[in-house]
Structure formats: C-alpha cells, structure tokens
Ligand binder design. Structure first.
Ligand code: AMP
Ligand code: GLY
Length: 425
C-alpha cells in the first residue's frame, strides 16, 4: 500500500520512518517533508492545507492511506473534505473537524470535559460581550492565573500570569487588541495546577482505543527548565512515575471517559489523541487535549513502539484496535532537540549541517525537524532543526548517547539542552 503523510517536522520524519518499517507499506510520500523524510520516502511539494492538490496526488499515485501530522489541516477539516469525495475512498488517519475541536477550541474542550466529568482545572470563559465580568473574575482569582486564547495560536496562546495586573493586561491584549486575531476573541481563564506534566498518546476509532505510549517533554529553552517556552527541547519515555496505579487512574478517569464522550456525542474520530496531563499529588488532571501526535514526543514514541503502526491504522478502519497487542518497551528512550541559535526568538536559516555516519546498532536515530536539501547539502530551515533519539538501559544512559552523538553534529549556532531527563538520574 502507498501512504502519504502530511507535515514537515520531526514528528513526520519519525512517523515516516515507522511507517516505512511496516509490512504493509510499499511507498511512503511526505508532503512537504524535509531533508530527513527525503531519505525515507519521496517528498512532495504540496501544502498541508491544499486539500484539492492532496486529492489529486493520492489519486494519481494510488495512495490508499493518508496520515495527518499537524493540527492545522485537522482543524481545517481535512478528514471531512475526503469524506465528501466520490473519486477517492482511502483511509484518513485523522479526527473529523468536530473531533479536532478538542484542540482547536479550548472552550470546547473544557465544556467537553465538564460534560463527561473528566478531571481538569476549574475555569470560566469570556469574550468581548462579557469583558467587564471577566475583569472582575480575574481580579478576585487566586494567583497565578492561567489565561488561554480559545483557538490555535501556534503554541503561544497560554499565559501564566503571576500578578493580577499581568493577567488583566493579557486579558485586554487578547480580547480587545485581538493579539491572536480570531483565536483570542474568546479566552478561557483557569485555575493554576501545580505538579509534574506528562503526556499520554492513544490511537482511537472513536469507540475503541489503544494506548501507544507516554512521554515527558522539556519545553523551556534553558537547562534546569529556565527561560522561554519552546515547541519542545527534548523528551523521555517511559517516565518513572507512570507506574501501574497512576496509569490505571489515567485510563479510568481520563482516557476511557474521553473516548466514551466522543462516541456518545457521535463525533467521527479516527486518529491520535494527545492527553497533556499533570500529576497533582498523585492524581492525573487534563491540561489540554491535542488531536495529533506531539513533537518531539513522536520521536521517542515511534521508536519505542513494539508494533507495526500500519496494523494499528488498519485496525482503526477495520476494527480490532482493542485486540492489538503492544509489548511494553524494555529500554528507555530519550530525544534531544538541536535548535538554531536565537530560537525561540528570531534565528537565521540556511546554515549547513554536518552529520556523522550512524553506527548500525540501532542505538541512536537522527530525526530531522527544520531541515531542507539543497543539492547534496542539508541546511537548517527552522527553529528546531534535529531530534537526536537514543535508547539506553535507563534515561541517563540514553540521554548520554544522544549528547555524545551531538558532539559530532555541527551547524552554525547549534544549541541544545544537555540536561534532558535530569530529574530521573
Ligand atoms: P497548553 O497550550 O494548554 O498546553 O498550555 C501550555 C502549557 O501551559 C502547558 O503545557 C502547561 O505547562 C501550562 N499550563 C496550561 N494550563 C495550565 C494550568 N491550568 N496549570 C498549570 N500550568 C498550565
Ligand atoms: N511538544 C508539544 C506539542 O507537540 O504540542
């Protein structure tokens, strides 16, 4: 079978690598892809939101499965678009537009959790019509107070305000000054939850589900979790505190009620759910839902997954997802992200990258995020450039392998955190 993946990051490189290993996969295409995906399959210069061009491509190239990486085309309704086509009847691994609202609207996801009694921070939602009420609500809210733009804001729509002044200013920026355009015309104000974050990933057909892994990511640019937020500087799996009893709580109190809620509300959903959780004194609560895999989480989840991912995708369409057996990972897996100098602020692109030959021992993998090919050169093409994934007998051993490999990876301005997994030493 021929499979097309939409996206161009480290997540899509890891998905392409895993899909290519499948016994079901003949050809893998990536639109638009990067220099790394070009080595796994064939890159196709099509925008992820150009659904007409994607349709023409899947017809012309006998693609029977479409796997969607990023949130944008999901929220824009790529699944629904293909449901409406008569001339292509392939499988689309994605939620419907309605399902993607779990990520596309914070207000929708909070109401969904309320309806299905899924533990999350208490909240209220405001817009221009009840702006004054919102100000009063914020003024008497305990600190810190969390403000979230309702819609997609490229990962920048959440502010944790330490003072009421900062919260009121942020509220004004979002609603009156439309800081994130339409995305901040509605704002969710919520209680701050104190604990350790962890993410759990499932694949679902909207009725059954399979847990495919979990990970802890490192969002801050600086060592010791300091400095600005980024898209993710590294990840580890498995996470030591995710023991059986905590995982049971996650499954019983969060995952199952979520999937049951989707089924009850008759939401068409044939894709991943990323549960952003926080462990508050041993109790899991939902910080956010994403309707896709995470990046860089995918760069540890896919290499650690002891299953044929296309078997799982086929089960989403043909049933039996609950019965697929996934053996737990025996080794720890860590990814360390190498970023451009200046990131997450402004940075330059087009720097030449030199990469070492990988030993054929399967202990480390190099996933490309923001890279592009120019002739035979690999150039930087984004903030997050590479994700260096390694296995080890524990988190520290795996992280050390990635750090060693990074010593042989060069581009102008390269930066990476040397402490990924530090708290699990
Ligand atoms: P989100 O875009 O919803 O994932 O939020 C981004 C980040 O903000 C999360 O990963 C958390 O680190 C933090 N965050 C969001 N909501 C809360 C909350 N209610 N309490 C504490 N931290 C939060
Ligand atoms: N690493 C966080 C995300 O993919 O949203």
């Amino acid at each position: 079978m021929n499979i097309l993946i939409l996206g161009s990051g480290g997540r899509e490189h890891a998905l392409a690598w895993k899909i290519k290993e499948s016994k079901h996969c003949d050809k893998v295409f990536i639109a638009p892809g990067n220099a790394g995906t070009a080595a796994v399959g064939q890159n196709v210069p099509i925008d992820v939101n150009d659904f007409d061009a994607i349709k023409q491509f899947v017809i012309d190239n006998k693609v029977t499965m479409l796997v969607v990486g990023p949130e944008d085309p999901l929220v824009n309704g790529v699944y629904d678009y293909f449901q409406g086509q008569q001339d292509w009847k392939g499988m689309v691994i994605a939620p419907s537009r309605a399902g993607a609202q779990l990520e596309g609207s914070k207000a929708f996801s909070k109401k969904f959790m309320e309806r299905h009694r899924i533990p999350t921070a208490s909240y209220a939602e405001f817009n221009a019509d009840n702006y004054q009420e919102g100000k009063t609500y914020i003024a008497s809210h305990s600190l810190p107070v969390v403000l979230k733009a309702d819609g997609l804001a490229a990962g920048k729509g959440v502010v944790i305000a330490q003072t009421h002044e900062e919260a009121l200013k942020t509220f004004e920026e979002m609603i009156l000054n439309k800081q994130f355009g339409e995305a901040s015309s509605k704002v969710v104000i919520e209680q701050f939850l104190d604990g350790i974050e962890v993410s759990v990933f499932i694949l679902t057909d909207g009725k059954d589900y399979k847990i495919i892994g979990h990970a802890k990511d490192y969002k801050r640019i600086g060592e010791g979790d300091t400095g600005l937020n980024t898209g993710g500087m590294g990840c580890v799996t498995p996470v030591p505190f995710m023991d059986t009893s905590f995982m049971e709580k996650v499954e019983n109190q969060i995952i199952r009620p979520t999937v049951e809620g989707i089924a009850k509300e008759e939401i068409d959903y044939k894709g991943f759910i990323f549960f952003g959780l926080i462990n508050v004194k041993g109790e899991p609560m939902v910080i956010e839902y994403n309707c896709r895999m995470g990046d860089p989480e995918t760069e540890v989840i896919m290499p650690s997954l002891n299953a044929d991912i296309v078997d799982l995708f086929l089960a989403v369409y043909y049933g039996g997802l609950n019965e697929v057996n996934i053996q737990p990972a025996v080794q720890s897996c860590v990814t360390v992200v190498a970023v451009s100098g200046g990131y997450p602020g402004s940075y330059e692109k087009g720097k030449k990258i030199t990469l070492p030959e990988l030993k054929q021992n399967n202990e480390s993998l190099i996933f490309h995020a923001g890279t592009q090919l120019q002739g035979t050169d690999i150039l930087t093409n984004g903030g997050r450039v590479l994700a260096i994934t390694s296995f080890g007998e524990n988190i520290e051993a795996a992280a050390e392998k990635s750090r060693q490999l990074l010593k042989d990876i060069h581009f102008d301005g390269i930066q990476y955190r040397k402490d990924i997994g530090y708290e699990f030493k």
